[in-house]
Write a protein that binds this ligand. Sequence first.
Ligand code: ADP
Length: 446
Amino acid sequence: MFKSIRWNLLSWYAIILFAVLLAFGGMLFERMEHLLRQGVEKELRAYALAIAGATEDENGKLKVELSEEYLRHFSSGEKGAPYFVVWDREGKIVLKSDNATQRESLPAGHRSSTGPRRQLAIAGPSGTVVFVGREVRREQEKQRELLGSLFAVGGGVMVLALVGGWFLAGRALAPVRRMSEAAAAVTASNLAQRIDVGKTESELGQLAGTLNGAFDRLEKAFERQTRFTADASHELRTPLAIVMSQAEMALRKDRTPEEYREALETSLKASQRMKAVVEGLLTLARADAKELDLRKERVDLGRVVEETASLLGPLALERKVALTVSAEPVAVTGDSDRLREVVTNLITNAVRYNVQGGKVDVTLAVQKDQAALSIVDTGIGIPEKDQAQLFERFFRVDKARSREVGGSGLGLAISKWIIEAHGGTISFASRENAGSTFTVRLPRAL
Ligand code: ADP
């Protein structure tokens, strides 16, 4: 179920605010009641002490000497006027105020609060008990008034705060809504759309930035995919056109055996190129789908390098390129066929993109816990502007030259994948018209 953050925030806010108000109001009320109770008690005690002080025992006869004026406190007839009773030792009344109607009897030293009444009794001289009490209806009314105002103010604060909170939460969440709308507008056909980071300040700006970064990567991946499909079709279309035109030409009229042979040879070459492209594509597709299993065996990379170099000797000879190899035996863990593919690709490139009379030096050496293979050529080099894309699929500096020498444009992309799948790295340094150095580093087998 969709649960709005706004409602969630507001409910928590309301609960917390309610608890705070309740605690605050409760404390205020309790404090007030305590003060009132204390005030009444103090007043009653003062009366009781005064009356006890005025009680005298004159030769066995008890007397309470209170002035008329003082007695008027007790007979004012007002609602909250105090009343008193003085009992002697036997419990007989010595004196009582006119308004002391009930026959209360409270042992000395006690207090009571029954209903709207507060009373206390203290011990007077000669075993007398002085009892004083008064109604506290007025105080109780005051308390009720206070409670009423507390509820009114608390309720007001609550409503105001909740309305304010609703608006605030809405304001704070508005950028989230804007962001989700903008993100929803990003579709496969409209990948250039971005969230306006300027409008989403604070922490949300960071989120917007992160999302935009993800969209950037998505857009690039989509672009790469589209370009890759176009490149792949193009790569296959050219040799296919050659095969078809050769066949059509050969069939148009009777040809000499030499002409048939020539047509077949050209077709074969074109088919071989198609095969190379299709195989390369298959390898990459399986690698992308993580379906390409690499064997994990102990491989002597030195032997792989030497064997590959000697297989490529004739190609170097044909191109008039001097190929030298110096390989130490180094053991690595991996798939020997795949590693052979990488070495073949790198040496072939170094020979193909070279000049007549050029050189290719292949060196394999142990460097700490790594096997370092470097292939240095004195060839045409790679222009600086193309270096960043060199490992991309179908990327070639000079398409015509690559095709002419039989390249598929996938070799470096596949090599990079193989080396990285072996936990290694592949890199290069190059200067145009001076040559290139490709370096492969692989972890040594223990
Ligand atoms: P290709 O099949 O075209 O050789 P690669 O992926 O092996 O495909 O190489 C991609 C491109 O990189 C080549 O077309 C070439 O332009 C460039 N390249 C690779 N190796 C070298 C090198 N040693 N010297 C100069 N250019 C090179």
